[in-house]
Design a protein around this ligand. Structure first.
Ligand code: MG
Length: 250
């Protein structure tokens, strides 16, 4: 299934994408798949982030090449941090670069949207807890992250987490090519087979400590090639089989 969350006159609504159309749902897909009879052309829908997170759990340095470009060897276990729900941004929403930020980076990532409450799950059971996969840009104020010595402010500014355009369970999360483009030029190229901690183990590791709720998001880390964006730039995170998350920096 391929799901979107769209802006409707009465508020956000989830839908299932079939061909060029969206078939709208009565309630979020993780509360049961009930259609409300609505059918809309996908290209006429205003897309929202396809998730409703109480938290966005992220992992740092989950690709060896990226760890090295950050000046360290890959860590021995997943390094987790959070982005707040305030960071959530629409698939084509603008990324606001605050004036006090000296360096604003893109980080293209594969993200997981949670289907069922998950506490202390076994890695082998992970797929029962996953609604699907989507693209995410872990926007980072790199100078603030380094200045503060911890990551809350640098990672969690308003709008610093565009997610979308859709969430799908029709892909193998460990066999995806991820490409980030800045103004059309490829700057990151990764393959999820290179994740140090794969999706199943990552969910086991996270839920041993943190309960994940339906609609929560897990970001799996960024491949090498991170770099800065400035106002006027266009940034795209493209994952084969999912789609293109494209945002403008303002
Ligand atoms: Mg990241």
């Amino acid at each position: 299934m391929r799901y979107v969350r769209i802006d409707r006159p009465n508020g956000p609504r989830w839908g299932v994408v079939k061909g060029e159309d969206v078939f709208t749902l009565l309630k979020p897909p993780y509360e049961g798949l009930e259609y409300d009879g609505g059918r809309l052309a996908l290209k006429q829908c205003r897309l929202l982030a396809p998730c409703e997170p109480t938290k966005i759990v992220c992992v740092g340095k989950n690709y060896a090449e990226h760890a090295r470009e950050m000046g360290s060897e890959p860590p021995g276990f997943p390094i987790l941090f959070l982005k707040g729900p305030n960071t959530l941004n629409r698939p084509d929403g603008a990324i606001h670069a605050p004036g006090f930020v000296g360096r604003l980076d893109y980080e293209g990532e594969l993200a997981i949207v949670i289907r069922r409450r998950a506490t202390a799950i076994k890695g082998k059971d992970y797929s029962a807890y996953v609604l699907g996969y989507t693209c995410l840009n872990d926007v980072t104020a790199r100078d603030i992250q380094q200045l503060d010595g911890q990551w809350t402010r640098g990672k969690s500014m308003d709008g610093f987490c565009p997610v979308g355009p859709l969430v799908t369970d029709e892909v193998d999360p460990m066999a995806l090519v991820l490409t980030t483009r800045l103004n059309g030029k490829p700057v990151q190229q990764g393959h999820t087979a290179d994740l140090i901690t794969p999706v199943s183990q990552l969910l086991e590791f996270i839920t041993a400590a943190i309960t994940l709720e339906p609609g929560d998001v897990v970001a799996t880390g960024t491949p090498s090639g991170i770099g800065p964006m400035i106002p006027g730039d266009s940034v795209e995170v493209n994952i084969e089989g999912i789609g293109v998350l494209k945002n403008q920096v303002i």
